[in-house]
Each structure stands twice: as C-alpha cells, then as structure tokens.
Design a protein around this ligand. Structure first.
Ligand SMILES: [Mn+2]
Length: 339
C-alpha cells in the first residue's frame, strides 16, 4: 500500500535505534506504518509515542467532524486486520482516498492491536485523510472483556499498550457530518438529543458513560417499531428508535441521511427507515456469521457500495450491477465479490 505522501524517505534509517526527534515525524510514522503493514507489531514505547501524538490531533477535533466528499465510509472492523487491508486494497490506499471509520476497531477479532495501531498511525500521518469516530468498544469497560485487553497482555506481556490506547479513545470524536447533510456515528440517535448543536455540546473526553446521551449515540439501534422502545437484543436498558424518530431528526437538522454501524448485516449494509438511515458493517464473517462486509463511497450525489467476503475465500468473482440499484435520484453501483 502506498502510504508515503512524498516527504522524506525511510531508506537508510533504523526504526529500532532511531531516537525521538532525530528524524522527521513523517519518516518515523512511515517506518511504523511499514512495520505494521509487514505484520510486525510496534514496540511498546512506540505505541506510547504514537498515542501521545494522536491525542493532540484527536483532542483538536470537534464532537461533529465536518467531512467533505469524496469519502469512503467503513463500519465495524473488530480486529480483522487482513480485512482492513482488503478495504484499502479495494477502496483505495491512503492518502489518495479519504476514509471515515465509524468505530469498533477492537475486540472480537484476533488482531485488534495491529488494527488500531495501523489506523491511528495513518491518522497521525494523514490527519485530514482519515476520520476515526468512537465506537462502543473504544472503552475500557468493553475492551477489557471482549478481546483487546487479553490480546495486549498476550503480545506485550503487560497492560500498558491497552492503557495507552484506551486513554486515547477518550479523545475520539463522536460523529461526523459529510457535506453538511449525512450525519455519521457509531450507534444511533438519543431520546435526549434533538439537534446537532446538542451533540456539539457534549463533554466527550471521558470513558463512555453507562447511560445518557453520549452512551446512547454509541449504543442505540434503529428498530422496526415507531418511537423509542426497548432493544432487547442488547439488554434491559438498551434503546431502539423508529422510522418516525429518524424522519424528525433528519428533517429538523436538514439531513439527507444517517450513516451508522454497530450491527452486523448479512449483505454488509442495509438501508432502512425510508432510506433515511444506512447501516454499514465492514467485518466479513464476523464471529463466523458468514456475513458479507461492505463500505460505501460518497462523492457528491454519487454513492457506491462495495461488498466483500472474508480473506481466504476460495474464489472471488466481481459482479458489476451498475444501474440495478436506485436510491431516489442517486445511482448506486454495487460491485460484489462472492465465493
Ligand atoms: Mn458497536
């Protein structure tokens, strides 16, 4: 993958012995990125330095990051590192392609450390090319129990790397707004939030709370019933919102669409709520569900969906279904890779 923006070169420099400050930030980051792409983990001290650099960048971002098209939107990755590389291969490399990730980088999959390390390194290297939102798994409470913590302990023999990353997660932005009209976040709406300004006013530099609006934006799902109701699939206190809630929020805030992640979908994506809401999920064969994964490119009024199956599929076929899908006056191009 081409990740070098052109300034500096890593040739002749030793990533292991180079001292901080002895070379340009870009060169050091390029070395880390190359190392990660070579499937080698970063050293613990490099993770610490990377997270310090990243904290400054994330802390400067507002709760709603303004993003312009063209941008490629990805849902949950969940430690499926090879599938993340597949996304870059199919969707375009960084920094040539702009990416917006909707959270849940860690847990469940086997390679949370490599996944979050690479994405954060790319973020620091090309901060205007990648937007990373916070998912409900970017929290101490969740990632302690669903894989990331145990993987850090296994790879580094201590919890320091987990601590560095989970401290960094507190600074991840909550949401993004594409071209002023597509509101993007990990979970969904909140019964306590009716305007984008209310999202802008949330205090976010903390562990994801156990309840309240911040929690809900990262945890809720769209439901089939109208209004607000229980979301029993996720537990007693979880909430789901109906198409009427989506309609009111999008109308009141001048939005054309809500793009969110958080739920596995067999096709990798699903439009619902009168096409005012799309779920995108980018981890194929998630927990062996045999789902396809997808990501969506927005470019002005043009939208295209790419689907893919798990790495290691015996056979891949690309099917161009251009013009079979129409969404209002927008043409959706669907290229599918199936076994
Ligand atoms: Mn989630």
């Amino acid at each position: 993958m081409e990740v070098n923006a052109g300034e500096g070169s890593s040739q002749g420099l030793n990533a292991k012995t180079g001292q901080p400050g002895s070379k340009g930030k870009g060169t050091e980051l390029d070395e880390w990125i190359e190392r990660l792409l070579d499937s080698k983990p970063l050293l613990e001290r490099d993770v610490e330095r990377l997270c310090k650099m990243a904290k400054v960048i994330f802390a400067e971002e507002p709760n709603i990051v303004e993003v312009k098209t063209p941008v490629t939107v990805c849902g949950d990755i969940h430690g499926q590192y090879k599938d993340l590389l597949r996304i870059f291969q199919m969707g375009g490399s960084v920094p040539e392609t702009n990416y917006l990730f909707l959270g849940d980088y860690v847990d469940r999959g086997k390679n949370s450390v490599a996944t979050i390390s690479l994405l954060v390194a790319l973020k620091v290297r090309h901060k205007h090319r990648i937007t990373m939102l916070r998912g409900n798994h970017e929290s101490r409470q969740i990632s302690r129990n669903f894989g990331f913590y145990n993987e850090c302990m296994k790879r580094y023999k201590n919890a320091n790397v987990w601590t560095h990353f989970t401290q960094l997660f507190d600074f991840f932005p909550i949401s993004a707004l594409i071209d002023g009209s597509i509101f993007c976040l990990h979970g969904g709406l909140s019964p306590s939030i009716s305007t984008l300004d209310e999202v802008r006013n949330i205090k976010r530099d903390m562990e994801v709370p156990l309840c309240g609006p911040f929690h809900e934006l990262l945890w809720t799902d769209p439901g089939n019933n109208l209004g607000w109701g229980k979301n029993l699939e996720r537990g007693e206190n979880a909430l789901a919102f109906g198409a009427d809630i989506t309609e009111k929020f999008t109308t009141d805030n001048g939005l054309s669409l809500i793009a969110r992640a958080h739920q596995v979908k067999m096709e990798g994506y699903e439009f619902t709520h009168q096409d005012k809401l799309v779920t995108v999920f980018s981890a194929p064969n998630y927990c062996k569900v045999r789902n396809k994964a997808a990501f969506i490119k927005f470019a002005g009024d043009y939208r295209s969906v790419k689907q893919f199956t798990a790495v290691g599929a015996l056979e891949e076929v690309e099917i161009d279904l251009t013009s079979q899908f129409k969404c209002d006056d927008l043409i959706m191009q669907l290229s599918s890779i199936v076994i």
